[in-house]
Design a protein around this ligand. Sequence first.
Ligand SMILES: [Mg+2]
Length: 234
Amino acid sequence: MKSLLLWDIDGTLINADGAGCRAVLQAMKDCFGVEASFDGFELAGRTDRQIMEWLMVSHNLENSKEIFQQFSARYIECLNREILLANIHTYKGVESILQTLHHRDDIFQGLLTGNLSGAARVKLECLDLCRYFSFGAYGEDGADRNTLGPIALQRASRQHGYDFETEPDRVYVIGDTDRDIVCGKAIGAVTIAVATGFHSKERLATANPTLLLDDFTEPAEFFAILNDPLPYPA
Ligand SMILES: [Mg+2]
């Protein structure tokens, strides 16, 4: 039997030290001449597309496919620069887990992230984490995070020739916000929340994840649920 792990990036695998926020605000300035801010908008768990479209709408900017592509391209350029200045790091325990799972032939690992694919690449490449993920669903695939789960399942099934769409109980969605948990539940997956990122353990608990962890430094429970999710309530 195979299992599929779908990982969020920011707050879950890595702390990018706000580089993404600074890069997207710089891109707003470069593309539209607008000094924007995120005041009054909660970013945690949102997709890049959702965040960028919110910025454009809130400044009455015209949105079209071409304009969004230009904005995205500039964002990635800015992120490449910001990432060099940021104190970006992988959370403690994460790389050891990724490495262990990478060597198991019953586990496939992919990304289920709000990041644009280009942004995911920039952030993960500088920490040498890209090699653990063979596919992903990304911010450009949809503004609403809940639309990304089915896309990730389709890509996983195509990539690995194994039909996870009919076995959602073998799929694990791992993230640091209640939006990750809702997104995982929307595809019937086992949900694992980790309180290293944007939401507190108390807030994550209200979304009722299958497993709730402080961090990945003591991974015994994490590996236990991968081996057998059945003892855990849905
Ligand atoms: Mg996150």
